[in-house]
Ligand binder design. Structure first.
Ligand code: APR
Length: 167
């Protein structure tokens, strides 16, 4: 049974086997959480990501974690949906980000994974809806990952994730 925790903080400080980044299809890095993770991991992350690109929205691809501190060994790059009003399959694409990231984590043998609130920043996905989709998708995905940490970068996001966890 996968334990899901909600925490407030910076995902680059997480002590897990793998951290998930909210990437774009180039996997070369960007702003937001992707920028923070690339800054912490160093230039090798963009080189490794670029070699695996493109990554389709809803898919996930893994690279080493480079300069990120142990025990983080892997970065799982997933590309969220750009919010366009909700009638272009955004919900399914977001759910796929969590599902595919857990599948990739299983391929890596990762037992603990930290997720940011994928797509809720630059990509504009409504955070409350995203929190519900994240929790439902994780709960619905068979996985050997024992510990999932949903990392909120602010208190509002944390509260939305906690509410979604109660649902
Ligand atoms: N730790 C945890 N969460 C963070 C951090 C951090 N250090 N920095 C930002 N966040 C949160 C944001 O507050 C937001 O809730 O990550 C969530 C996702 O926001 P974005 O990083 O903007 O990601 P997204 O909306 O998926 O947009 C992806 O932005 O950075 C570019 O290359 C990226 O093109 C891609 C797009």
């Amino acid at each position: 049974m996968t334990d899901i925790e909600v925490v407030l903080g910076d995902i680059t400080a997480e002590d897990v086997d793998a951290i998930v980044t909210a990437a774009n299809e180039s996997l070369l890095g960007g702003g937001g959480v992707d920028g923070a993770i690339h800054r912490a991991a160093g230039p090798g992350l963009a080189r490794a990501g670029g070699a695996l690109a493109p990554c389709d929205p809803g898919d996930a691809k893994a690279t080493p974690a480079f300069a990120l501190d142990p025990p983080v060994r892997h970065v799982i790059h997933t590309v969220g949906p750009v919010w366009e009003g909700g009638t272009y399959g955004e919900d399914d694409t977001l759910a796929s980000c969590y599902r595919r990231s857990l599948e990739v984590a299983d391929e890596l043998g990762a037992s603990s994974v930290a997720f940011p609130a994928i797509a809720t920043g630059v990509y504009g996905f409504p955070p409350e809806r995203a929190a519900r989709i994240a929790v439902a998708a994780i709960r619905a995905t068979p996985t050997r990952v024992q510990r999932v940490r949903l990392v909120a970068f602010d208190e509002d996001a944390r509260d939305l994730l906690l509410d979604a966890l109660k649902g």
